[in-house]
Design a protein around this ligand. Structure first.
Ligand code: 5MM
Length: 356
């Protein structure tokens, strides 16, 4: 089998999913602020080393998305962090976008930047061990938003990125995130997500992306976080699957959801019910950032004495999502390690859905 195809398949292997640990400088600073830890290079390294060296993590985690700084960092014993992951049996990945900036002429909308010089960066990232990559576009729902201009610009950039990624023999994860911010209904989220995915796949086709060699990282279809009408787990699962079946070709090997500001437990429940509704044309897994990290972050608190507690909290969430990815998650499983979860779900619920 082609190398990229086998990497894409390995990333969505049964019972496994991806840890998104690619917070850029500003985002990790925000996360550390919640636990009162200064965002120094050493603290960022220590925190990520704690996650990556979690005993048994590879049972449920297939790959980790790194940030440019992290892929160049070394563990305390001098081992490069990508090597630490490889020794665990985890595939290193890299975020290659340079963030979302205001889109000229489109007030309230953003365009993700980072295409200039990307071919050379991909070459270097391959040498540093990255075998998959990620680029995130953000789509805002609001009055008269999103515009077609914004959707097309972002879809085009995603497709240009994916083409360069495949040229470098790196599997692209294509992440068009329709944000949860706002008071819109679940129906409006479904309408916007469907349109977004249609335009993204048109552009991927135009740029000759080999669908078997990529993964899609979408939002789930949920009401805005300020909506007066919240949805049940089954409603979210039903709307999300309907939307994906209408838009994602079956040649795409896997869909790895982002959590987008949902509580960690809810993100697991949604994934579980969607998998129970299968079989689906693609594997359905996770690529969570906050929904995997909120619990370990609050157990760690920047204190070296808490590393084991942080790893246990991370392992627990990875395991829960590994089971959900097979539709086998249960309340009993969630209750294991209850004392370690502390207030994590509460904290994440209070956090803003927006990354920006
Ligand atoms: C980890 O956060 C990623 C974005 O970081 P920056 O905003 O600093 O670039 C983000 O793309 C993340 O990978 C996805 O949104 C998934 O994370 P969540 O928290 O939504 O599951």
């Amino acid at each position: 089998m082609d190398e990229m195809e086998s990497i894409a398949k390995a990333l969505v292997a049964p019972g496994k999913g991806i840890l998104a640990a690619d917070e850029s400088g500003g985002t990790i600073e925000k996360r550390f602020k919640i636990i009162n830890v200064p965002s120094t290079e050493t603290n960022r390294r220590d925190y990520r080393e704690m996650l990556f060296t979690t005993p048994g993590a590879a049972e449920y985690i297939s790959g980790v998305i790194l940030y440019d700084e992290t892929i160049r960092q070394k563990a305390k014993d001098g081992t490069p962090l990508p090597e630490v992951l490889k020794r665990q049996g985890i595939i290193p990945g890299i975020k290659v976008d340079k963030g979302a900036m205001p889109l000229a002429g489109f007030p309230g909308e953003k365009i993700t930047e980072g295409l200039d010089g990307l071919r050379a960066r991909f070459e270097e990232y391959y040498k540093l061990g990255a075998r998959f990559a990620k680029w995130r576009a953000v789509i805002t729902i609001g009055k008269d938003l999103p515009t077609l201009g914004c959707l097309e610009a972002n879809a085009h950039a995603l497709a240009r990125y994916a083409a360069l990624s495949q040229e470098a023999k790196i599997v692209p994860i294509v992440e068009p995130e329709v944000l949860m911010d706002g008071d819109h209904t679940i129906e409006r989220c479904e309408e916007v997500t469907e349109l977004t995915l249609r335009i993204v796949f048109q552009q991927l086709t135009m740029q000759r992306i080999v669908l078997e060699r990529m993964l899609l990282k979408p939002n789930m279809v949920v009401p805005g976080k300020d909506s007066s009408k919240q949805a049940s787990v089954r409603e979210v699962a039903t709307a999300t699957i309907r939307c994906l079946r209408r838009t994602v070709p079956s040649a795409v090997p896997g869909i790895v959801f982002l959590s987008g500001g949902q509580s960690d437990v809810l993100a697991t429940q949604h994934l579980n019910v969607m998998n129970q509704m299968g079989p689906h044309p693609w594997q359905l897994s996770f690529s969570y950032g906050r929904a995997l990290q909120d619990a370990p972050l609050h157990s760690w608190l920047g204190n070296p004495a808490n590393v084991t507690a942080g790893q246990e909290a991370f392992f627990h969430r990875a395991k829960a999502n590994g089971f959900a990815r097979n539709g086998k998650y249960t309340e009993l499983l969630e209750a294991e390690n209850t004392e370690l979860q502390g207030t994590s779900s509460g904290n994440i619920r209070e956090a803003s859905a927006s990354q920006d």
